[in-house]
Design a protein around this ligand. Structure first.
Ligand code: CP
Length: 336
C-alpha cells in the first residue's frame, strides 16, 4: 500500500497544492462548491486544550458530510508509550505505534494535537510525537499544532492576509512577541514566518533580547526568503517593528534560554511587560490592523481598545479556520 501523505507543516504542500487549497478555501467560504466527503471519517486526538482548532475541524468535518470522532487524552484512551523499543512496564499500557495502526482501520484521517514534553527544547524541537503518529499511521495525519508547527493556523493566516492585503509579494508584516504570564508555543510564529516569506513578504520579527526563536527555523526562514525574494529583518523594538506596517501579528512565546525552567522564565518575561499591543502603537503603522491566533489575554497581550475596535482582524482570522480546514480535508481525503 502507498504511504499516505501527511500534513506536519505547511511546506508539506507544494506551491501548486497550496494555491489550490487557498483557492478552495475561498470557494468554501463563499459556499460556491468545493465538494463533499460523504461517508468519510476523521479521528481527532487532543493531548491538550483547544477551542478554535477543535470546533472548526469538527464543524468542517460535519458540514462536508463526514463523521468526526473526537478523542481526548487521559479520558477517552489509554496513556501512550512513545519510545521505540521500550520495555512497557510503566504507567502506559499502549504504544503509539499500536494505537496509530488500529485507529487507521477506523478512520480516513487522524488529526493530532500533541503536548510538548516541556522540559528541553532540544527534545521538543524534534517534534517526535507528531512524527511518531505519522510514521505508524496508514492514513493521513494532520498536525493540529505540535511543538514546532501549526500548519492549519498558517493556512488561515495566509488566507486572511490575502483578503486584507491582496498581493503578498513585497508587503510588510510585523510579527511581534507580546508579554503573557503563560506564553504560547512558538509553533504559530514558525509556521507564519515561513509561510509569509514563501509568499515573498517582507517580515519584521521583533522580540526582546533573550526571546530569539529556534536557530534551525531561522536558518530555514532565511533560505526561504532568498528563494522567494522576500526579506527577514530581526529587531528588539516593538515600536520599530510596528512603524509603517499594515499588519502587526502578535504572539507570546517562551524564551529558549529558560525553556523548562519556570522561575527563570517568569523573571525574563517580567522584564518585558511593556511588550503589549495598544492603540498608540498601531497608530504608527499604515492603517495598521492586528492579527493574533488566539486565545488572547486582554489587557496583557492586547488592550480592549484594540481588540474591540476596527483594527482587530482576530475574529475574521479565526473564522477563516473553518473554510481553510474544509479545503485541507478535501485535499487530503478526496483521493485518499
Ligand atoms: N489558534 C488556535 O489554534 O486556537 P486553539 O488553540 O484554541 O485551537
Amino acid at each position: 500500500m502507498d504511504k499516505p501523505r501527511h500534513l506536519i507543516r505547511l511546506s508539506d504542500l507544494s506551491d501548486n497544492e497550496l494555491e489550490e487549497v487557498l483557492e478552495l478555501s475561498q470557494r468554501q467560504k463563499r459556499r460556491s462548491g468545493g465538494g463533499r466527503l460523504d461517508g468519510r471519517s476523521v479521528g481527532m486526538l487532543f493531548f491538550r486544550g483547544s477551542l478554535r482548532t477543535r470546533a472548526s475541524l469538527e464543524s468542517a468535518v460535519q458540514s462536508l458530510g463526514a463523521h468526526a470522532m473526537n478523542l481526548t487524552a487521559m479520558s477517552d484512551f489509554w496513556e501512550l508509550e512513545e519510545r521505540e523499543g521500550s520495555v512497557m512496564d510503566g504507567m502506559a499500557p499502549e504504544h503509539i505505534k499500536d494505537a496509530a495502526a488500529v485507529l487507521s482501520k477506523y478512520v480516513d484521517a487522524l488529526a493530532i494535537r500533541p503536548a510538548a514534553q516541556g522540559a528541553s527544547w532540544d527534545v521538543d524541537r524534534r517534534d517526535e510525537r507528531i512524527r511518531s503518529w505519522a510514521k505508524h499511521s496508514s492514513v493521513p495525519v494532520i498536525n493540529m499544532e505540535s511543538a514546532v508547527w501549526h500548519p492549519m493556523q498558517a493556512l488561515a493566516d495566509i488566507m486572511t492576509l490575502r483578503e486584507h492585503l491582496g498581493e503578498l509579494r513585497g508587503a510588510e508584516l510585523a510579527i511581534t512577541w507580546v508579554h503573557s504570564p503563560a506564553p504560547a508555543s512558538a509553533a504559530v510564529v514558525h509556521s507564519l514566518l515561513h509561510s509569509a516569506l514563501r509568499f515573498g513578504m517582507r517580515v519584521r520579527l521583533a522580540h526582546p533580547k533573550g526571546f530569539e526563536i529556534d536557530g534551525g527555523v531561522l536558518d530555514e526562514a532565511r533560505e526561504i526568503a532568498t528563494a522567494s525574494g522576500g526579506a527577514l529583518e530581526q529587531m528588539n523594538s516593538l515600536q520599530d517593528a510596528a512603524r509603517g506596517v499594515r499588519v502587526v501579528y502578535a504572539r507570546s512565546w517562551q524564551s529558549l534560554e529558560s525553556y523548562g525552567n519556570p522561575t527563570l522564565a517568569a523573571s525574563g518575561r517580567a522584564r518585558a511587560k511593556d511588550w503589549t499591543i495598544h492603540e498608540d502603537l498601531l497608530a504608527t503603522g499604515t492603517e495598521a490592523k492586528l492579527m493574533h491566533a488566539m486565545p488572547v489575554r486582554r489587557n496583557v497581550e492586547v488592550t480592549d481598545e484594540v481588540l474591540d475596535g476596527p483594527r482587530s482582524m482576530l475574529v475574521q482570522q479565526a473564522g477563516n479556520r473553518l473554510p481553510s480546514t474544509k479545503a485541507l480535508l478535501m485535499h487530503f481525503l478526496r483521493n485518499a
